[in-house]
Design a protein around this ligand. Structure first.
Ligand code: PMP
Length: 483
């Protein structure tokens, strides 16, 4: 019934009953999404949006096999996890089969925040220490415990102060961070970024507190799609281990094949974490997550004598869904697709960088891409205003959903469902090109003739593409027919 409400009624009811602090995309003109299919979302008027931001709908919105698995299990039994169930143990097997051999024990939870909260508990219990090292701009969840290790939140005006036991190291951003390839062209940037962590570890050893854990996303998303320099995690893990700490890889955004070359993003750095947290893509929109660790760490948790119980974590429905997601990734070769499409997107975005000065940097792996917009390439001055304008125009004019992020909110982020196609990539690229062209035209308003000619032809092509979208959608209506 709620979908029959007018959009303004939905907004009004939301204003009345939903906390104003709850975040919305496109705050000034929010989207009312009433259904999703594959890499597309549809608003109340039936307008189709190309979803380039939804890393939750990993194998595609409402994938028929995932929907079927969830619905079947829900119609069979859905109960808490204190009973034996095949979906639970199979899910643990499927997950750990994809991990390095040491990581063979799972705890199931309901979200990324819960996964990181439990990861911290496991580390603190195992090490009998308290202190945590986290990266600047990191986000690890909304629970009290993980907000405390999320500079993304506590560094905001109004954020709660950083607790004493949290140590913030620089984000290993070699384009816009503390140590850049421009400032230190011949340096070992991995070593430069590892050094502050080595220093923290040395200090913690000297003061007798040691370190409980180092936690980081394997590729930092909230930091602005950051790829740490090769060798960074190895150096950091070595330092943390020698201070007695454990290393936690937060794969909540970047896991399950998104980076293309590997199933887990930590593998791209050749390291083996002690604890891995996973969530978002695992349930394709259904809340499920997990913490994967070693038998030793799990045993130490058991040895406390305090049993772990999580009502919904690992319930049969969640596990049936997660199993279906992992099956679909294999069956549809989505990891390979991510690799192929990622290479294409990076190549084409680098081509745009050649043409448009406002692109400072293009980076990414697989279907995890960041395009950093700058007002001055030389000084790498972030152009937040243009990034916001692009995000808005992509939605309003082109019906393509992208987001911006990073400490200066000037990085256009792409992390689409993994069924993203070559055609989708072209659709994004064409729309993005139109925005950049118009932006340059506005910048060079003193020479309207040249820029306008160029812009008009791009806009016409973009409009043609828009018209074609509707036709394509008719052919792609497989979910409606198959469920
Ligand atoms: N870790 C990372 C890297 C995340 O991006 C998020 C969510 N954006 C979380 C943890 C928290 O996950 P959830 O919202 O499922 O609690």
């Amino acid at each position: 019934a709620s979908q029959q409400m007018s959009k303004s009624d939905t907004i009004n009811l939301r204003k009345k009953h939903i906390g104003q602090a709850c975040q919305l995309f496109y705050r000034s003109d929010p989207l009312k999404i009433v259904r999703g299919q594959g890499q597309y979302m549809f608003d109340e008027e039936g307008t189709r949006f190309l979803d380039c931001i939804n890393n939750v709908a990993h194998v595609g919105h409402c994938h028929p096999e995932v929907v079927r698995a969830g619905a079947m299990q829900m119609a069979t039994i859905s109960t808490n996890n204190r009973f034996l169930h095949d979906e639970l143990v199979q899910c643990a097997k499927n997950l750990t089969d994809k991990m390095p051999a040491e990581l063979s024990v799972c705890f199931f939870v309901n979200s990324g925040s819960e996964a990181n909260d439990l990861a911290l508990r496991l580390a603190r219990n195992y090490t009998r220490r308290q202190d945590v090292i986290t990266l600047d701009h990191a986000y690890h969840g909304h629970l009290q415990s993980v907000m405390e290790i999320s500079p993304y939140k506590f560094n905001q005006p109004g954020g709660e102060p950083k607790p004493e036991y949290v140590h913030v190291a620089p984000c290993p951003d070699i384009y816009g961070g503390q140590f850049t390839d421009k400032l230190y062209p011949n340096a070992n940037l991995a070593a430069l970024y590892a050094k502050p962590i080595e220093d923290i570890c040395a200090r913690q050893l000297a003061n007798g507190q040691g370190v409980a854990a180092f936690i980081a996303e394997s590729l930092q998303s909230c930091g602005g799609q950051i790829l740490p320099p090769a060798g960074y995690f190895q150096a950091v893990y070595d330092a943390v281990h020698s201070a007695g700490g454990l290393c936690i890889a937060d794969e909540v955004q970047v896991g399950f094949g998104r980076v293309g070359s590997h199933y887990w993003a930590f593998e791209t750095q050749g390291v083996v974490p002690d604890i891995v947290s996973v969530a978002k893509p695992m349930g394709n929109g259904h809340p499920v997550g997990a913490v994967v660790t070693t038998p030793e760490i799990a045993q130490a948790f058991h040895a406390t004598g305090v049993a772990y119980f999580n009502t919904y974590g690992g319930n049969p429905v969640s596990c049936a869904i997660a199993n279906a997601v992992m099956r679909v990734i294999e069956q549809e070769q989505l990891q390979q697709n991510a690799q192929r499409l990622g290479e294409y997107l990076l190549r084409e975005c680098n081509q745009l960088k050649q043409e448009f000065d406002c692109i400072g940097d293009v980076r990414g792996m697989g279907l995890f891409v960041g395009i950093e917009l700058v007002s001055d390439r030389e000084t790498r001055t972030p152009d937040t205003k243009t990034a916001h304008w692009v995000v808005d125009r992509m939605k309003q004019v082109h019906k393509v959903l992208v987001s911006s992020d990073g400490p200066n909110d000037n990085v256009i982020k792409l992390k689409p469902p993994m069924c993203f196609s070559l055609e989708n990539a072209d659709e994004f690229l064409l729309a993005f090109r139109e925005c950049l062209t118009l932006h340059m035209q506005q910048l060079h308003a003193a020479h309207p003739d040249v820029a306008a000619d160029n812009t008009n032809s791009v806009i016409t092509t973009a409009a043609d593409t828009l018209a074609n979208k509707t036709k394509r959608f008719d052919r792609e209506d497989r979910f409606i027919k198959s469920v």
